[in-house]
Design a protein around this ligand. Structure first.
Ligand SMILES: Cc1ncc(C[n+]2csc(CCOP(=O)(O)OP(=O)(O)O)c2C)c(N)n1
Length: 533
């Protein structure tokens, strides 16, 4: 019989999970023994970037991805990343080492006491198998559960003496042979009713969310919008881990504001709000107002029962987003509504010294490669990037939907490893960059040719904006003087330059994006402020 380790690696192989992200300790070494040649271990230097890298990789491959952490302290460091992964609906199979079984009850050093509680409440399932022979079966369960909608992280704690134990043949063979598929069909009657409502609505609008891209519904969303001449908005950027609709499309009007009052105001005059692949809605901050524009009704299509249940208004249909979109396209005819008026191209942001976030994004737009992927964590420039890049291909945008910093710099490395043929550009605030800064080392070590663009405004810009909104005066801790991320990056082995005018920035970004032998970093000084366009 194979050992538990051999059976487990066979299981990972069967699910295409041959890239493992981790940071090892003594409790994980037995798992890593005789590491098979067809597997890759991607070393992260701290657990938050390990999580972010795996999250980016899982989203960009669409496959469950294994993350291996070091018992209690490793899980502790990873919790922010686990929180991000559940918001991003990222199918991560997280394992952590545990003391040998004879040491757990006496709580010998490094025992992960009550291991299953550590990652709660942010995982779909948390488990420590009751005996070594359950490990492959527990991991099979974890893989299936992580992959079923709504996708998300799961956790299995594995005592270090389990790996060398002899596997149980019956359990192992059966666990290996199972396939679990989870695209749930949508109630045909609900869809037919919705198709009728859509066609007879006077002024319907489509709100596109991240699960359109994640589910593969991109083309069907375009077809639906075009057939029904729908104006399209992106669901608020706060919860937008991905974009769900081409942002250069003539019917695309912009990104909805993330607060109750302004959101319903933006959609005034629409009588039917069709929300696809988004929660309703990822609000932040709290600006009260009516939940819906006057006289409007709302229907959401989501694969996430929790999202459907917790929405404060409207109706919801639960099922596979791509499948529902395809069915809707087949049910509706060509509308003779007038096509919505297109929004203008972004204006010239002018010349400033230092440049504004808008100018930095204009420089990035000038250097942008057609097949580029943006990974974004630059809070004060989020909307400027969305407005100026107008990304329009599927799988071209990744954003930490929970707001937990450290995702961006790490996820960019994972996305690049998953998509070696596409240039990845990661736009970071200099504050955000520090949470996962060690991901730069992994980018160098694994030759991931990410271009990191760091916007240096010497402050936590968005927090100053929030301070105004929340009427908070005199808060400490919002300044970041003398933080030179280009110098830090050089220490990790990343060739880095400063580029401060718009022209310099376009050139530096062009060169960095063209380099394919490893990461590059470009740091630009930008003016303090929030940049919306
Ligand atoms: C893990 C974590 N800690 C703290 C915060 C709170 N936070 C939100 S935005 C922000 C500042 C980001 O600063 P920077 O990246 O420099 O971007 P800027 O706002 O200046 O554009 C902080 C600290 C967070 N979102 N996540």
């Amino acid at each position: 019989m194979p050992t538990v380790r051999e059976a487990t690696f066979e299981l990972f192989r069967a699910h295409g999970m041959t890239t493992i992200f981790g940071n090892p300790g003594s409790t994980e070494l037995p798992m890593l023994a005789e590491f098979p040649d067809d597997f890759t271990y991607v070393l992260g230097l701290q657990e938050l970037p390990v999580m972010g890298m795996a999250d980016g990789f899982a989203q960009a491959t669409g496959r469950p991805t294994h993350v291996n952490l070091h018992t209690a302290p490793g899980v502790g460091n990873a919790v922010g990343g686990i929180f991000n992964a559940q918001a991003n609906k990222s199918p991560l199979v997280i394992t952590a080492g545990q003391q040998v079984r004879p040491h757990i009850t006496i709580e010998a050093n490094l025992t992960n006491r009550d291991a299953v509680m550590g990652p709660q409440p942010y995982v779909k399932w948390s488990h420590e198998p009751p005996r070594a022979q359950e490990v492959p079966g527990a991991l099979a369960r974890a893989i299936h559960l992580a992959s079923l909608p709504p996708r998300g992280p799961v956790f299995v704690s594995i005592p270090m003496d389990d790996w060398g134990a002899e596997a149980d043949e019956d359990r192992t063979v059966n666990a290996l042979g199972r396939a679990v598929r989870g695209r749930a069909g949508v109630d045909p009657k609900a869809l037919a009713d919705l198709a009728d409502r859509l066609q007879s609505a006077a002024n319907p609008v489509l709100i596109a969310g991240p699960d359109i891209d994640a589910s593969g519904g991109w083309d069907a969303a375009i077809a639906l919008a075009e057939r029904q001449r729908l104006p399209v908005w992106a669901s608020p950027a706060t919860g937008g881990s991905r974009i769900g609709f081409p942002e250069s499309h003539p019917q695309f009007l912009g990104v909805l504001p993330p607060a109750i009052g302004p959101l319903s105001q933006t959609l005034a005059d629409h009588d039917l709000l069709l929300v696809i692949g988004s929660s309703v809605f990822p609000y932040y901050p709290y600006i009260p107002g009516p939940l819906l524009p006057e006289g409007a009704s709302l229907v959401a299509i989501t694969s996430d029962p929790g999202e459907a249940a917790r929405a404060p208004m409207g109706e919801a249909i639960v099922g596979d987003v791509a499948g529902a979109l395809a069915s809707l396209v087949a049910l509706v005819g060509e509308s003779d509504r007038p096509a919505p008026e297109s929004r203008p191209a972004p204006g010239d942001p002018g010349r400033n010294d230092p440049i504004t976030g808008s100018e930095a994004m204009a420089a990035l737009a000038d250097a942008w490669p057609a097949d580029g992927i943006a990974v974004l964590e630059s809070p004060s420039s989020t909307l400027a990037l969305r407005n100026r890049l107008r990304l329009s291909r599927p799988g071209s945008y990744y954003f930490g939907a929970s707001g937990g910093l450290g995702f961006g710099i790490s996820a960019a490395v994972g996305v690049q490893l998953a998509q070696p043929g596409r240039p990845v550009v990661c736009v970071l605030g200099e504050g955000s960059a520090q949470y996962g800064i060690t991901a730069l080392w992994t980018a160098v070590a694994y030759k991931a040719p990410v271009t990191f663009l760091v916007l240096r405004n010497d402050e936590y810009g968005i927090l100053k904006w929030f301070a105004t909104l929340e009427q908070v005066a005199g808060a400490p801790g919002l300044e970041l003087p003398a933080l030179d991320t280009a110098a830090v990056a050089r220490g990790y082995g990343v060739p880095s330059v400063d580029a401060n005018s718009r022209e310099e920035l376009t050139v530096a970004l062009g060169e960095a994006i063209a380099a394919d032998d490893g990461p590059r970093l470009v740091q630009a000084r930008v003016a303090a402020g929030m940049w919306f366009e």
